[in-house]
Design a protein around this ligand. Structure first.
Ligand SMILES: [Zn+2]
Length: 315
C-alpha cells in the first residue's frame, strides 16, 4: 500500500531501537501487539498447515485467507462453486498460497484480482488461469516488480516469524500472465454459483468488486475495507472513486455482507451508505485533515477514514 508510511515506521522503529534497552520489546511493532482484532473471535477458523496464513470460513463455501504476520494484513478469498473455484487475490507472495488453496479445495482455480497492487497479486505466478482487467496499469503490474515487495519487509512490517526457507533478499512480485480479459458486467460461472464483475475504478484504474447476488455477498477489494482506506497513490483517481462507491451503495439493499481485503473480512452493508456520506463530506471540505506523512493527510469521519494526498480532497 504505502511507501511513505513505511519510511515513517522505519524512522519510528529506528528511534525505538536506539532508545530501548530491551531489543525484544522494540522489535514488536505496535500494530502487531494489537492483534488479533476482536472481530475474529466470532469467525469460524479452518485448520491449515502453513502458520503464515489464517483461514476463516466467512460465508457458505467462502474462505477468507488472512496474512496477519505482515503489516498490510492482506485478505484473499477462495470462493467455491460446484465445478470450479475463484481465488479473489493471491496475497503477498511471502508464503505458498497455492498450497493453502490445495488444502481447501480440489476444484480447478481461476485467479482474479481485486486490483493489481503488489500485496494482492503475490502468488499469481503460481496459477495457470488468471483473469484480468484490460488496463495499462494491470499489464504493467503483470510484469512484476521488486521495489514495492522489498518495502513490505522493512522495519516494523513483520509480526512474528517469516516462513521457513523464505529469502528476504530475493523477495519480489513475480510476473504472471493474464489468460482472459474481463470487464464490467461480466458474469463468472463457477457451477451453481455466479459472480458478477463490477468495475470500481478509483483506488486503482483496474479496481473491481465481485457480487455474489444469490448469496448477498459483495467482495469489495480495496475500494472498501474496515480500516483507513488508502487513496493517495499516483494511480488513485478520487472522482472515479466517488462514482464507484455510489454504485456500491446502491447495491446495499441486496447485500448481506461486505468482504474487504485488509484487516478484517466481514462488514455490514450499512457501511456503504456511510462510506459515501463520509467521502462526500471530505470532498466538500467539511472535515479537518490530520497530517500523516509529508504530503499526505488523514480524514476521519466517525469509524471511516481515508488517507489522501494533501490539498487534493476538494472537487
Ligand atoms: Zn491496494
Amino acid at each position: 500500500m504505502d511507501l511513505t508510511r513505511r519510511i515513517e515506521r522505519a524512522a519510528l522503529v529506528f528511534l525505538a531501537l536506539s532508545t530501548a534497552s530491551v531489543f525484544a520489546q522494540a522489535a514488536i511493532p505496535e500494530w502487531c501487539r494489537a492483534l488479533p482484532h476482536p472481530e475474529y473471535k466470532t469467525l469460524q477458523r479452518v485448520a491449515i498447515s502453513d502458520p503464515w496464513f489464517e483461514v476463516y470460513k466467512v460465508a457458505p463455501a467462502v474462505f477468507a485467507i488472512y496474512e496477519p504476520h505482515q503489516f498490510e494484513e492482506t485478505i484473499s478469498y477462495l470462493i467455491l462453486g460446484d465445478k470450479r473455484a475463484l481465488l479473489f487475490d493471491t496475497g503477498m507472495g511471502i508464503s505458498d498460497l497455492r498450497k493453502v488453496t490445495a488444502e481447501l479445495t480440489q476444484l480447478p482455480i481461476v485467479v482474479l484480482n481485486s486490483h493489481t497492487h503488489n500485496d494482492h497479486v503475490g502468488d499469481n505466478w503460481q496459477f495457470e488461469t488468471i483473469y484480468g482487467m484490460n488496463t495499462d496499469f494491470t499489464r504493467k503490474n503483470a510484469r512484476g516488480s521488486r521495489e514495492d515487495a522489498q518495502a513490505e519487509l522493512g522495519p516494523g512490517q513483520i509480526c512474528g516469524d517469516l516462513p521457513k526457507g523464505f529469502d528476504p533478499k530475493a523477495y519480489a512480485t513475480r510476473p504472471w500472465k493474464i489468460t482472459t480479459y474481463i470487464r464490467d458486467g461480466d458474469r463468472i460461472d463457477l457451477g451453481g454459483r455466479s459472480l458478477e464483475v463490477i468495475a470500481t475504478p478509483g483506488h486503482t484504474p483496474d479496481a473491481i468488486c465481485l457480487l455474489d447476488r444469490a448469496n448477498g455477498l459483495l467482495f469489495s477489494g480495496d475500494t472498501y475495507y474496515p480500516a483507513t482506506i488508502w487513496l493517495y497513490r499516483p494511480e488513485t483517481d478520487l472522482d472515479a472513486y466517488a462514482a464507484s462507491i455510489h454504485r456500491l451503495a446502491a447495491l446495499a439493499p441486496q447485500i448481506k455482507m461486505v468482504l474487504g481485503e485488509h484487516n478484517v473480512p466481514v462488514a455490514s452493508p450499512s457501511v456503504l451508505a456511510r462510506l459515501v456520506t463520509a467521502f462526500e463530506a471530505v470532498r466538500a471540505g467539511k472535515i479537518a485533515p490530520t497530517p500523516a506523512a509529508p504530503g499526505e493527510v488523514i480524514y476521519k469521519v466517525d469509524e471511516i477514514s481515508f488517507r489522501m494526498r494533501a490539498a487534493e480532497s476538494k472537487h
